[in-house]
Design a binder for this molecule. Sequence first.
Ligand SMILES: [Zn+2]
Length: 328
Amino acid sequence: MVSNSIRNQEEIAKFAIGVDLGGTKIGAALVNNHGDIKEYIKNPTNAQQGKDVVINRIKGTINQLINQSGVNVDHISGIGIGVPGQLDARTGTVYSAPNLPGWKEVPICRIIKESFQMPVTLENDANAAAWGEKIFGVGQGIRDMVCLTLGTGIGGGLIFNGKIYHGNKFAAGEVGHIIVNKDGPHCNCGGVGCLETYSSATGIRDRIYDRIKKLNKNNSESDIDNMSLSDIFKRARQGDPMVKDIVEDAIEYLGVGITILVNLLNPEMVVLVGGIANEGDKLLLPVKKYVFSRAMKIVLEDLQIVLGKLKGQAGVLGAAALLWHSDK
Ligand SMILES: [Zn+2]
């Protein structure tokens, strides 16, 4: 029998805090268990100032969030944190994070828990985004799902049987490093021809810079630095020969990567999130066309390939949702 005090605790603890730690910004949201954001704030990470500064900024951001919301801390069930790096979600330790200098073996859950005296849970940022879409977004009710975060890099989250799949060393889901061309460009991971080198924002820009260099052109002629990714996609659609085939490659290789994933994993749903997913149908339709013409027939039965619906909030919502629904 559940004691009254526990029942009361469950009834009042209807909020959770989701923290999305990025290389440039720390996002934090106070979220209720329906996925409504009661309060949201964003602060610069100041990652270059080192680990201790960043940890203090995380604490400051959480404090600011709680104070601004006016919610009693007794009503908050805990804090979920999404981190862009390699980590052990079970022990709450970040092993390394390329965009956060000095982050080696950081027991972030223990550190934050000491300050706030509430449960703290940790996930890779791409897993957190996938979890957000699963619990509050397009993936509600879906059991087997693959989520690709298409941004400066390409991250991935795998959800099987309604749970995040972590793999032996908590490194599962690195879909950006699927090799799509054995002779392709070098990748940060040490590999060659990874999906990320073609279909991420950085990959697309690097290939354009590379072309400018090879053609011995002045960078200012094409003005890539001042162009948003959406401008680059627009120019490609208008037929600009500097970018057209590079953007077409980005879309086609994304199709190749997703075809590999659906043949291997047979998910019910593939979700695309992140900055590049803002291209909407202009990205989704050609990718779907590719996958549906190349993957095995059996895995295409009832397969949905869709855009996420939480947009920039998937990270904080997913991190908050870890408190209620995660099972490591
Ligand atoms: Zn790679």
